[in-house]
Ligand binder design. Structure first.
Ligand code: CMP
Length: 144
């Protein structure tokens, strides 16, 4: 594993996805979110506009497959294109989740991406991986 020069700060990979309601709204919001990510020290390793298919999204969110909201979640994510982003920085998982904020925009701290751009729990602007292991799986599903 690679480490950066500050001891204890691991260089990590993570996956972020800008969800359909943002992509459909206007491209300025995509730019503002990307600017926040870059200002916070993340390097963009890969970025693509993708319209995901049902099978891919079911695999991506498989951890939620028994939850009542799963069918609506899948239908929503396939409803339009998303911006898929492979990010890298030290402690990327924790740092991105801090920047993104709580799952429900109503609970997200001021200034976070979900507080600024999220509309509801089901339309919370972005997804961010919750662990190094899940980031690896998610990046594999989306980017191959
Ligand atoms: P995300 O981080 O993409 O991971 C799973 C998504 O399910 C989550 O963001 C929410 O947008 C969505 N979701 C919808 N309903 C719920 C719920 N009741 N609890 C948690 N997540 C939900």
């Amino acid at each position: 594993m690679r480490h950066n020069s500050v001891e204890g700060n691991k260089l990590e990979q993570t996956y972020m996805m800008i969800k359909p309601e943002i992509v459909a709204a206007d491209s300025q919001k995509i730019g503002e979110i990307l600017a926040m990510v870059q200002k916070n020290g993340f390097r963009i390793n890969n970025l693509a506009l993708k319209h995901l298919d049902k099978e891919t999204v079911e695999r991506f969110y498989a951890v939620h497959k028994d939850r009542p909201f799963f069918p609506d979640l899948v239908d929503y994510i396939i409803s339009g294109p998303v911006v898929a982003i492979h990010l890298e920085r030290d402690n990327a998982i924790v740092k991105l989740r801090e920047l993104v904020g709580a799952t429900n925009p109503a609970d997200a701290a001021c200034g976070t991406i979900r507080a600024l751009f999220g509309e509801a729990l089901s339309q919370n602007a972005v997804h961010a991986s919750d662990s190094v292991e899940n980031a690896k799986v998610e990046l594999g599903i989306i980017f191959g």
